[in-house]
Design a protein around this ligand. Structure first.
Ligand code: PLP
Length: 347
């Protein structure tokens, strides 16, 4: 008898393209996108820009490249960039902001979000003596990955964007999971996306595409980003095969994100009753569940290894694990995960 593969909660990036998505990829009309000839890429870019309320968009291989192109396109080496605690561009992305953009990242606030006052206090004015690194850009992450899928409340988001304008700063929204944020906030993605200077979002996370992210902004911004995409080796040729998956994802998989959020709630509620796991289910706003480990619980890697035949979870820092719901996990996977943790932790 073949054993059932473990239910994979490590990330929403683990989804596999469905047969229907593969069919759309198979049938995609393509051209050389470096020459601007790929009709499917063009269609995806137009659709993405419209969805987030921006003028134009660029198809890029990854969310990391989207963020890095935004930094390169908004800043010059030596500039200062304000980001929330645990921001993807600081914690991950291999130090690209420093290595590629040559910028200094200043971390503000707690837990990923920050206030308009905290932003103002951190801004370094452009001084004539040249002592201070000029603050040029603010990056907001919505939802916030290390913050446990936290959503920026609209009033706080609007206040920070308005304050950035007061200081003449550009604003980039890392919306890798922007549609999760929009769903949770009960608004359209453009409600977050239209007021900022650039927005990136990922097709390859909760939306279920195998590859790809979008970087959106004004026509002038996208022209700059296009140049940097080529510089970093991100110019792709018959990319319409991938763009077709993205178009399919936007067409079919946006409306189901609420299922992932509901399952994350169910999972969090059940896990919170297990000994050794510390989590407040009311803090789970979207599809990411971060459980802290109490003193008596095993180390994160040991705990993940102990349940790994039934469920795959991600060690997340020194004393936490992360589980993410997505297109390829259903209610039965939630039950399986809960019983695997209950077996290891005891109830
Ligand atoms: C908030 C956020 N931004 C950017 C990225 C980068 O996306 P990619 O893995 O496609 O480079 C991620 C990936 O998890 C993310 O969570």
């Amino acid at each position: 008898m073949t054993r059932l593969a473990a239910s994979d909660f490590r990330s929403d990036t683990v989804t596999r393209p469905s047969l229907a998505m593969r069919q759309a990829m198979f049938e995609a009309e393509v051209g050389d996108d470096v020459f601007g000839d790929d009709p499917t890429v063009i269609a995806l870019q137009e659709r993405a820009a419209a969805l987030v309320g921006q003028e134009a968009a660029l198809f890029v291989p990854s969310g990391t490249m989207g963020n890095q192109l935004a930094i390169l396109s908004h800043c010059r080496p030596g500039d200062d960039v304000l980001v929330g605690e645990g921001a993807h561009s600081v914690f991950y992305e291999g130090g690209g902001a420093a290595a590629l953009g040559g910028v200094q990242m200043s971390v503000i606030g707690r837990g990923g979000l920050f206030s308009a006052e905290e932003l103002s206090e951190a801004v370094k004015p452009h001084d004539a003596s040249g002592h201070l690194p000029p603050t040029r850009l603010v990056m907001l992450e919505n939802t916030h990955n290390r913050g446990g899928g936290k959503v920026w409340p609209l009033p706080a988001f609007d206040a920070v964007v308005a304050q950035a304008r007061v200081h003449d700063l550009a604003v980039h929204l890392d919306g890798a999971r922007l549609f999760n944020a929009a769903h949770a906030a009960g608004v359209s993605a453009s409600r977050f996306g239209a007021s900022v200077d650039s927005v990136s979002f990922c097709l390859s996370k909760g939306l279920g595409a195998p590859v790809g992210s979008m970087l959106c902004g004004s026509v002038a911004f996208v022209r700059r980003a296009h140049r940097y995409r080529k510089m970093l080796g991100g110019g792709m040729r018959q990319a319409g095969i991938l763009a077709a998956a993205g178009l399919y994802a936007l067409e079919h998989n946006l409306s189901r994100l609420g299922d992932d959020h509901r399952r994350a709630q169910d999972l969090a509620l059940a896990l919170s009753s297990l000994p050794g796991l510390v989590l407040d289910p009311t803090s789970v706003e979207t599809n990411i569940v971060i459980a802290r480990l109490a003193l008596e619980a095993p180390e994160p890697a040991a705990l993940c290894a102990a349940v790994s035949e039934e469920v795959r979870a991600l060690p997340f820092g020194a004393r936490a694990i992360r589980l993410v719901t997505h297109l390829d996990v259903g209610d039965a996977d939630i039950e399986r995960a809960v019983s695997a943790f209950a077996r290891v932790l005891g109830r």
